[in-house]
Design a protein around this ligand. Sequence first.
Ligand code: ADP
Ligand code: MG
Length: 705
Amino acid sequence: MENNVLKEVFATDVFHDEVMQEYLPKKVYSTFKEIVENGGELDISIANVISHAMKEWAVERGATHYTHWFQPMTGITAEKHDSFLNASSTSRAILEFSGKELIKGEPDASSFPSGGLRATFEARGYTAWDITSPAFLREDAAGVTLCIPTAFCSYTGEALDKKTPLLRSMAALSRQATRTANLFGYTDVGKVNCSVGPEQEYFLVNRENFLKRDDLIYSGRTLFGAMPPKGQELDDHYFGSIREKIASYMKELNIELWKLGILAKTQHNEVAPAQHEMAPIYSTANIAADHNQLVMETMKKVARRHGLECLLHEKPFAGVNGSGKHNNWSIVTDTGINLLNPGKEPHNNLMFLYVLSAVIKAVNDYAPLLRLSASNVGNDHRLGANEAPPAIISVFLGEQLEDIVDQIIENGEATSSIKGERMDIGVATVPHFRKDATDRNRTSPFAFTGNKFEFRMVASSMSISDSNTVLNSIVADTLEKMNKEIEGKSAKEFEDAVKKVIRETLKDNKKVIFNGNGYADEWVAEAEKRNLPNVRTMVDATKYFTDKSVIEMFERQSVYNEAELRSREEINYETYSKVLHIEALTMIEMAAKLYIPSIIRFCTFLADSINSVKATGINAATHVQENLLTKCSSLLADAQKALDELKVKTEKSNEVGEGSPLAEYYKDVIREAMNNLRSPIDELEMLVDKSFWPVPTYGDLLFEV
Ligand code: ADP
Ligand code: MG
């Protein structure tokens, strides 16, 4: 029944709560559940029962293998498959999966970046079952595999992945926010979770076209390409009706995601041609991060089945909007209170104002760290490039909350809240409704949107773990400081103490609040006046990993130790240099082997035409061909010169050392050389006969889907 597909397929590939109740003895189920919710040691006898149940369930669904699914510091996922086969019989297959195999794995995996945390001679690395994220099945050409979400750490216990720090940060936030809720009289609160809903943007292009572009294949973005006559200026793609081919892609994507229990909810066309978005319903940060990885993988996999290629790069095309991820984030108690819900009368909601000021202070104090958490090479083309949020971190609160903040700073407390008015659009048949007290702001990197914050800087291809790890940690740390100020007060003193902390916090951190247009040039100047950091590139941001205040904060919250931070700093520099190196080599190859030979052929064609016309003896004009030939030859010479320079400079990178100096070299020297090569070739693209042009153009890529 096609119209019930959602009901039929949802979570069928997940070893979720209901399945567990069905497959596990009651006692085992309740013990396991208790540990998931409140922590504790998982006994091997319990693990044995669970692993057996998991295997039974998986094998019934065709699984032959299991894998510990983990998220190394590359930011994507990794796995190593083992079959369930047991060696005790050579005549028939005995399938087994022990508790030990479920709990712990030891993939060799020594080639993943570890930033010095793991020398290869002591390369033991372990994967450990994350019991808070359900196991699932994945079907592909290799068959059906039972995937166990795991954390990945070194022999000495250091986190080698993106999941471990996220889990630690969730615990830190829970500790401090629980303390806050308890102090405010909600003594039944025992735990606080953070909820995350990541909106994922992506591009779809024809796979045939994709395969003709080495730049897309090797670097995920176009390194050359002139703008087509039409870009996104008409805004006719944004929320436009979805074309058949894309619609059928989205349909299959949804089904695949639903099977994995991913709450795929919203889909629409985005601003740029060929750009789309999918948003799931929010879930606990850790699960949201796992799911987002699966979303990205599934988007790519399904695209290929439809003759498409899914581009998750932050900036696949110059001149049209890039892709990001809007990370919606809120804090919710185990009793169901969203600490970021202002309620009907925010001015009277002291706990909300307290948490709100903590978030504002955290963002202000650690702005560069947040910027760093959203940094990858691709995002450098986006942040600050007049489309996505600027590279400057500021907080948007909206009219209602800004008014309250002003009242508090001026008078010590707020006595009123601006209300949403009834909306009348002048059409009698349209029901009237109450409009929100606060309008939206689309240009802010960190915007309050009703009952959550939306961090909009996150890169489209990146794991959301880094950003949420930072958000949770800095808010936990700030709450810890503030909690100390209001602890141990009598009931009478408490309210005054709270109001004092809120006022002082808001006063000291007001500069980070900005409700205007974040894309305007005036904002850059204004931000500078306010002394807000404007960290323009990933390389500039990377040093904040080991900023003294950052190390201390993460250590206080037990999220990262210094060695873990140093390793991440090293990996960042290394990744930056490597990615740019690949891009430079790709440009060199495309220019030398595709563009320049094609342009020479076109020039020859022009020269032949001039000669042929002249040879007829008719006195016909050849100035069109001559002008074109002159222009093309001159640009061709520019291109060759820029190519030679890029080659020399790329080779010179050997002499620069490694780490930060090498990354700086790529940022300053190689990027410029790359731009110098791109520009004459893009100009030539507008002059050269299309039948001579060796690769699909922007027009082909963006409009031929
Ligand atoms: P918007 O229109 O503000 O972008 P949506 O309702 O479309 O808001 O939600 C965008 C994303 O935010 C979705 O993934 C949604 O599930 C998520 N979201 C909604 N409420 C919350 C919340 N309280 N905490 C975290 N994420 C949330
Ligand atoms: Mg949104």
